[in-house]
Design a protein around this ligand. Structure first.
Ligand SMILES: NC(=O)c1ccc[n+]([C@@H]2O[C@H](COP(=O)([O-])OP(=O)(O)OC[C@H]3O[C@@H](n4cnc5c(N)ncnc54)[C@H](O)[C@@H]3O)[C@@H](O)[C@H]2O)c1
Length: 262
């Protein structure tokens, strides 16, 4: 089942990335007007060009870790389309390694984008979402649900997103604004490729194999596609999801479900 989103405005951060691009395509196919934000202005232009045949698209270069940029993004969305119905927070960064080796710069970079960026995008969209009884979907992670070794900063940032989502859902429930997070395991996107290239010790395929080795599907394990995550985001922004708020929805092949057989 699909739903028409004509007349609705969807703001997507990190729109130049794997999940953001898939979400932009999904909502464009449903007729929503799109306000796409990313640090990468070139990628934004390409995507806006691709989707212009389907819907109205605005690209806004934005660093979500800057509150001034975020305020400008929301102001642009309203100036161009007069409303915000859906905010999708996908802008994110990855860092991994032993906690004792992490620097202040690692912490600031990742937490500023993943947690502070998500927080202020939500915060500054609230007045418009109240008017439209809109909704927020933020990208948390399986790392926002369970601990994994050598990902402490990323995990702290996503754990923050997951619980912030619940707190904000309660705060906005009376306005019928819904706030949810999705918690994927490994999605085949530029971020996952970056992880393998940067932290795979020169053997990206080995890195991928190690990740999939922890999946309960064993030999049949595979990575999630960005389109599968986009479909879940779309569902959460659609009418049948009306009772769903304050949820952290796992999309992870069961990797966060508990212990396996071994
Ligand atoms: N790929 C995975 O395996 C995976 C798994 C679970 C959760 N997630 C989360 O999903 C979200 C999307 O990830 P992805 O895999 O599509 O990553 P990606 O790297 O493909 O895309 C992320 C996008 O965010 C943008 N970005 C980075 N810093 C920014 C900033 N300061 N301001 C604005 N934009 C900025 C990048 O330019 C990029 O286009 C992230 O929050 C990530 O943590 C990813």
């Amino acid at each position: 089942m699909t739903y028409e989103m004509t007349g609705k405005t969807v703001v997507i951060t990190g729109a130049g990335g794997g999940v953001g691009t898939a979400a932009a395509r999904r909502f464009a196919a449903a007729g929503a007007s799109l306000v796409l934000a990313d640090l990468n202005a070139v990628r934004l232009e390409e995507l806006a060009g691709e989707l212009a045949a389907l819907t109205t698209v605005y690209g806004v270069a934005c660093d979500v870790s800057s509150v001034a940029d975020v305020e400008n993004l929301m102001a642009e969305a309203v100036a161009e389309t007069d409303r915000i119905d859906v905010l999708i927070n996908t802008a994110g960064l990855w860092v991994e390694g032993p906690t004792e080796t992490m620097t202040e710069a690692d912490w600031d970079r990742v937490v500023d984008v993943n947690l502070k960026g998500t927080f202020f995008c939500c915060s500054r969209a609230i007045p418009e979402l109240r008017k439209t009884q809109g909704c927020i979907v933020s990208l948390s992670s399986d790392c926002g649900v369970v601990g994994t070794p050598e990902t402490a900063i990323y995990t702290a940032s996503k754990g923050g997103v997951s619980l912030f989502t619940k707190a904000l859902a309660l705060e906005l429930a009376g306005d019928l604004v819904r706030v949810n997070a999705v918690c994927p395991a490994d999605i085949m996107t530029p971020m996952l490729q970056y992880q393998a290239d940067t932290y795979g010790g020169g053997d990206p395929e080995g890195y991928f194999k190690r990740l999939l080795g922890s999946y309960p599907q064993g030999e049949k394990a595979r990575f999630i596609t960005p389109e599968e995550v986009a479909e879940l985001i779309f569902y959460l922004a659609s009418p049948p999801a009306a009772p769903i708020t304050g949820a952290n929805i796992s999309i992870d092949f069961g990797t966060s479900a508990g212990y396996g057989y071994e």
